[in-house]
Design a protein around this ligand. Structure first.
Ligand SMILES: N[C@@H](CCC[C@H](N)C(=O)O)C(=O)O
Length: 275
């Protein structure tokens, strides 16, 4: 059987996108991780499955799988590529698209200048809902792991994020600390680990060690979580420009409201693989 796919990326965070509205594809965890292999497969950070809506109030359902084959709740760069994909493939002619994910509904707005703006919903700060083990909700938590102490924010954008401030993102120990904390026991479902350097009241640099992948060129939900934590600490103001290794995202958020993430989504090529 041949599976049709598109290769896309959002700021270098790359995806294989499969239309499961007109195809009927099931991939096991092992098949996904093989396809994600950059030497033996197609290579991607996440696999995105475009599915018909389960709910009449939304246009599509969206499933997201990390390179290790684990299914996740949310993906910011993926959401922008998802919006561009469904328009490009003629699955919709709308420019405002409502999509359910494993954790909630997002609204994708395709803008005339080619940028994609996504209403990612309100960030989740209640520890048990992130999920994060803590006695009470705080802006900054102290984590102790392998005799090291970290001062971190814990934020869910549907998926769990742990963010810490660094003086210089270029020399931050992203691999070592990312690998140490991504499966840290206080995040029972794991976490994406962000390293944030605030450079101005409206600007910051960020690198993210993603759960189930490792460091990526960009993490959309990571940028959202980092902006939220920076704003809560009154170190950043909305709209904030978050500069990732692959490029920048604009994040707009006021406490108590929905968060908007704006940035590009690129189509690279179409292809097919056999199952
Ligand atoms: N790259 C993504 C996030 C993908 C999921 C993440 N690795 C997780 O496990 O939660 C983004 O752009 O948000």
């Amino acid at each position: 059987m041949l599976v049709q796919f598109s290769k896309m990326h959002g700021l270098g965070n790359d995806f294989v996108v499969i239309d499961n509205v007109t195809q009927n594809i099931f991939l096991s965890r092992e098949q996904i991780s093989k396809l994600a292999d950059r030497h033996l497969g197609i290579g991607f950070d996440q696999l995105l499955m475009v599915e018909p809506p389960y709910d009449p109030d939304v246009d599509f359902h969206y499933r997201i799988f990390n390179a290790d084959g684990s299914e996740v709740e949310q993906c910011g760069n993926g959401a922008r590529c998802f919006g561009r994909f469904v328009r490009m493939k003629g699955l919709t002619n709308k420019s405002e698209i409502s999509v359910s994910t494993k954790k909630g509904v997002i609204q994708i707005r395709l803008e005339a200048d080619g940028q994609v703006n996504v209403d990612m919903g309100a960030p989740i700060l209640e520890p048990s809902e992130i999920p994060f083990r803590a006695n009470k909700q705080e802006i900054t938590y102290i984590l102790r792991a392998e005799e090291q102490t970290f001062f971190v924010g814990a934020v869910s954008m549907g998926n769990p994020h742990c963010v810490m401030l660094v003086d210089d993102v270029a020399s931050a120990p992203v691999q070592e600390t990312g690998a140490l904390l991504t499966k840290f026991e206080r995040f029972p479902e794991g976490a994406n680990i962000g390293f944030l350097q605030i450079t101005d009241t409206n600007a910051a640099k960020l690198r993210v060690f993603e759960r189930g992948v490792g460091e990526t060129q960009a993490c959309g939900t990571g940028a959202c979580a980092a902006a939220v934590w920076g704003i809560l600490q009154e170190k950043l103001k909305s709209p904030a420009r978050i500069e990732l290794p692959g490029g920048s995202l604009e994040i707009s958020w006021q406490p108590g409201e929905s968060l908007w993430m704006r940035g590009p989504a690129e189509h690279v090529f179409d292809g097919q693989f056999s199952l």
